[in-house]
Design a protein around this ligand. Sequence first.
Ligand code: SAM
Length: 304
Amino acid sequence: MSRPRGGFAHTSANERVARIIRPQIVSPSTVASAQRACIALALVGVTVGVCAQAPTELTPRPGLPGKDVIWLGSPEALVDAMLDMARVTPQDVVMDLGSGDGRTVITAAKRGAKAIGVEYNPDLVALSRRQAAVARVADKATFVRGDLFQADLSAATVITLFLRDDLNLRLRPKLLDLKPGTRIVSNTFAMGDWEPDDLVVVERPCAQWCSAMMWIIPAQVQGTWRLPSGDMTLTQTFQVVTGTFRSGTTRTPITDGRLRGDQIMLTAGRVRYSGHVNGRVIEGAIGAGRGGVKWTATRVPARQ
Ligand SMILES: C[S@@+](CC[C@H](N)C(=O)[O-])C[C@H]1O[C@@H](n2cnc3c(N)ncnc32)[C@H](O)[C@@H]1O
């Protein structure tokens, strides 16, 4: 499966971000102190021209500092495409790790999902809360000020990211421990040698940062599974499954094995198996279509 590639293979993501932004960083605290000064002058009956146009809301400039990466907003069209790719519904719990100005969280909440942003920059958290109130989704969109690497991700069914390749890799072990079927969607940045299950490229209206990849957390199937007709020994690398089916003295290689969350598909000889992994049991059908013969496999405990 091909992966979208930018024309900046030899630069770090921070360098890429730094290059496309203008160095116009308006600190939120500067805005806040200007507002405080104007309020104080107004209280003593003095008005000055600049106060008449004093900003009432922070307009974040790309480049605001975060902990591990600066703020830059995902293009709105890509936010929509990312949530579409993850098929977000009102049953989902969407978490945006490094939620910036809250745009992904607010868009997910508008789709009816429970949405949570984790953001290190307190000014961006405050701005996100105000934006959620303006969009009338404050009941569904919540923002936590904190470090995304410390966040409890266990409630999430969809996680969105716009970080960097190395930060995605740091998160990867924690993501792989999430419930099978959880969708991870990343603006532009990859997950090392874990190939995506899906990808999207937005052409218009989108100028930069226009592609996203999705990974579906696979069930853990590595090991031996017993069927009435023999034993399947599976080796798993992320969502790719290989192995051997042993029936009596016959050994058949397993090919085209793949997991999509808790759904497994594989071929042994000429037989195509599909099934649903539920802990220590796989149940499914042999052959294509609904009329397939049912099969069940149970996990053989690993020897101590
Ligand atoms: C490139 S922006 C993405 C913003 C938003 N997710 C979007 O797609 O529009 C990355 C965000 O991560 C935040 N961030 C960086 N390191 C963080 C950390 N360790 N914990 C929480 N937030 C962090 C930054 O402040 C910034 O807002």
